[in-house]
Design a protein around this ligand. Structure first.
Ligand code: ADP
Length: 248
């Protein structure tokens, strides 16, 4: 059936805060291996959508299925993370007083629990994984640098690396390009495309140049549901999309 080939399936999801419908019958399908960009004006419901997927907010109505089977609306945040859904918030949250390597090592061991994380010796396979992640996040030559000394963009990459250490099947990324230099922004688009070769990625983003660099299908949210979907060229030629962006 058509659900078996979906990684994430949102059907008619609604959630209200004090009578205000932040999500209003939102329906959306992400396929396995797909990268999707979510755009929309402030208040469109992008953050609330991410909160519902990750279990931070429970929808009032609707279904959210992971891999066509698991109903995420019945699970808490920890259980959803354990299924392989990782989320990167807008601001980087790395351990500033630890090195880049130690940040990744901690992230790799975190699922074993705090004691194992302290006492388990990192083995060769784990070192190889950390090395591979360092290359992916463009920090191979910064492995011994304190995270505090990284640029804002490099901290964002390190946090993406910390999520990769937990091998998520789906990575949710909130405005990765915010606060980055133009060069870092362009590099982040390339980096995310590489990451998306081995997992699905959903990116919420305001920077349209960055969305164009990603070159992926775009979903435009407005007033808590999908206004338009397709290539960036397709949706930006839609008069309704133009109106919600210019009408504010
Ligand atoms: P976006 O991320 O697209 O800017 P949000 O999902 O943050 O939109 O917000 C959608 C609407 O829901 C906004 O009007 C916001 O004020 C409201 N909202 C979001 N979260 C809460 C909350 N926890 N309590 C009350 N209102 C909220």
């Amino acid at each position: 059936d058509r659900l078996t080939n979906t990684l994430l399936y949102l059907d008619n999801v609604s959630v209200s805060f004090d009578g205000f419908r932040a999500l209003n019958g939102l329906s959306l399908v992400i396929e396995p291996g797909e990268m999707r960009a979510i755009i929309g004006p402030n208040g469109a419901g992008k953050t609330t959508m991410m909160d519902c997927i990750t279990g931070k907010t429970r929808p009032d109505e609707g279904t959210i299925l992971f891999e066509g089977a698991t109903d995420l609306t019945r699970l808490d945040e920890a259980a959803i993370a354990e299924l392989g859904i990782g989320r990167k918030f807008q601001r980087p949250t790395v351990f500033e007083s630890h090195t880049v390597w130690d940040n990744l090592e901690l992230a790799l061991k975190a699922p074993r629990g705090p004691f194992a994380a302290l006492f388990h010796r990192t083995d060769d396979a784990e070192r190889a994984r950390i090395d591979a992640i360092l290359t992916t996040i463009r920090l191979a030559d910064k492995r011994n640098e304190l995270a505090a000394n990284l640029s804002h963009g490099q901290k964002q990459w390190l946090e993406i690396g910390m999520l990769l250490a937990q091998s998520p099947k789906l990575l949710l990324v909130d405005e990765p390009a915010a606060g980055m230099t133009d060069a870092e922004t362009a590099e982040t688009a390339i980096l995310l495309k590489e990451i998306a070769k081995t997992r699905s990625v959903v990116v919420v983003e305001h920077d349209m140049e960055f969305v164009r660099d990603l070159g992926v299908k775009v979903t435009v949210l407005h007033e808590g549901s999908v206004l338009a979907e397709g290539s960036l060229d397709h949706v930006s030629a839609d008069p309704r999309v133009v109106e919600v962006y210019l009408g504010r």
